[in-house]
Design a binder for this molecule. Structure first.
Ligand SMILES: Nc1ncnc2c1ncn2[C@@H]1O[C@H](COP(=O)(O)OP(=O)(O)OP(=O)(O)O)[C@@H](O)[C@H]1O
Ligand SMILES: [Mg+2]
Ligand SMILES: [Zn+2]
Length: 281
C-alpha cells in the first residue's frame, strides 16, 4: 500500500506518498484508533489497549496523532517530560512499564501551550512522529487519531502504513452514521476495520453490580452486524479509571483483561515483514 489510487481519484490530485520508516524503527503492526467525534474515550481506549498489550509481553508504542489535543503522555505518567533527540531522530518517551510514546505534548515548551497548528504543520508533525522518530523494534504501534473521519484522519491513513482500525463509539453517538463513515474511510484506504468498542456503555451499580444502561439500550450489536463489523467490547463508565488517567496512573489502575477481544483482534493482525528475523530479544 505505497499510495492510494482511491484518494487520488476522489481528490483529483496525486496521492501523497506514504512517509518513510527510518532505519532505527522496526514496527510490525500499526493500529489506528478512530472515533466519530471527540470525547468518546478514544485516547482512553488507545492507552488501555497499549497497557494490555504491553502486559502481555509485547513491545508497544503509541503515536499520538491528535496533535492539537494530545492526551496520551498524561495518562501514562509523562506529564512534564520532554522527548530527547538522537542525531536527526527523536526518541520517544518511555513509560514506567516500557510503552514508548511520541506526542506533540512531549515537544511543546510548556504542556499547557495551546496548539494552533494548521493542516500542513499537523501533517509535518505526524511525519516527524513516524519518519523522524526512532521507535526501535515494536510489535504494535497504536495511533491515537484526531477526532472524526475528516481531513486530518485521512492524512494519517494516507501517510502511515495502517494495518487495522479500531473504532470507538459511545451510546450517545449517532452510532450508525459513525460506523458508516468509518467503514467508508476504511474501504477507501483499503485498511480493515478490526472492530468497534462501545465506551461509556453502562454503569455498574456499586451496591448490587447490576449493569445500568444510562443512555438507553445499546444499539451497537445491531449496527455492527449490519455493517459486518465485530464488536470488540463494551466498557462501563468508570470514574476511578478517569481519575487514574488524570493522575497519570493508568498503567497501575487498569484492571486485568478489560478488552480481551480487542487484544485478540490486534494479535490477529499479520506482522509486517521486516529484514528477515523478528526483532531480537
Ligand atoms: N469508560 C470511561 N469511564 C470513565 N471515564 C472515561 C471513560 N472513558 C473515557 N473517560 C474519560 O472521559 C474523558 C474523555 O476521554 P478521552 O480523552 O479518552 O476521549 P477522546 O475521544 O480521546 O477525546 P478527544 O477527542 O478530546 O481526544 C477523559 O477524561 C477520560 O478519562
Ligand atoms: Mg483523545
Ligand atoms: Zn444496585
Amino acid at each position: 500500500m505505497a499510495t492510494c489510487e482511491h484518494a487520488a481519484a476522489a481528490g483529483g490530485q496525486s496521492a501523497p506518498l506514504q512517509f518513510e520508516e527510518n532505519s532505527l524503527s522496526e514496527v510490525k503492526r500499526v493500529i489506528a484508533v478512530l472515533s466519530g467525534k471527540g470525547g468518546v474515550g478514544k485516547s482512553f481506549v488507545t492507552g488501555s489497549l497499549a497497557v494490555e498489550l504491553a502486559r502481555r509481553g509485547n513491545k508497544v508504542g503509541v503515536l499520538d496523532a491528535d496533535i492539537t489535543g494530545p492526551s496520551i503522555p498524561k495518562m501514562l505518567g509523562m506529564s512534564g517530560k520532554r522527548a530527547s533527540g538522537l542525531g536527526n531522530l527523536l526518541l520517544p518517551e518511555i513509560s514506567e512499564t516500557g510503552i514508548k510514546v511520541m506526542s506533540s505534548n512531549l515537544l511543546l515548551a510548556n504542556e499547557t501551550d495551546p496548539v494552533l497548528w494548521r493542516g500542513p504543520v499537523i501533517a509535518g508533525a505526524i511525519r516527524q512522529f513516524w519518519s523522524d522518530t526512532s521507535w526501535g523494534p515494536l510489535d504494535y504501534l497504536l495511533v491515537d487519531m484526531p477526532p472524526g473521519t475528516g481531513d486530518v484522519a485521512l492524512t494519517v491513513f494516507q501517510s502511515l502504513p495502517v494495518d487495522g482500525i479500531v473504532v470507538v463509539t459511545s451510546p450517545q453517538d449517532l452510532v450508525s452514521m459513525i460506523v458508516a463513515k468509518a467503514v467508508n474511510m476504511a474501504d477507501k484506504m483499503n485498511v480493515p476495520i478490526l472492530g468497534i468498542i462501545e465506551n461509556m456503555s453502562y454503569i455498574t451499580c456499586p451496591d448490587c453490580g447490576k449493569k445500568i444502561e444510562v443512555f438507553g439500550t445499546s444499539k451497537i450489536d445491531e449496527v455492527a452486524s449490519g455493517y459486518g463489523v465485530s464488536v470488540l467490547g463494551r466498557l462501563p463508565i468508570n470514574p476511578a479509571l478517569a481519575a487514574a488517567c488524570d493522575a497519570g496512573a493508568l498503567e497501575d489502575a487498569l484492571p486485568e483483561n478489560l478488552l480481551p477481544d480487542a487484544v485478540a483482534a490486534c494479535e490477529a493482525v499479520a506482522p509486517h515483514e521486516g529484514d528477515g528475523a523478528p526483532a531480537a530479544e
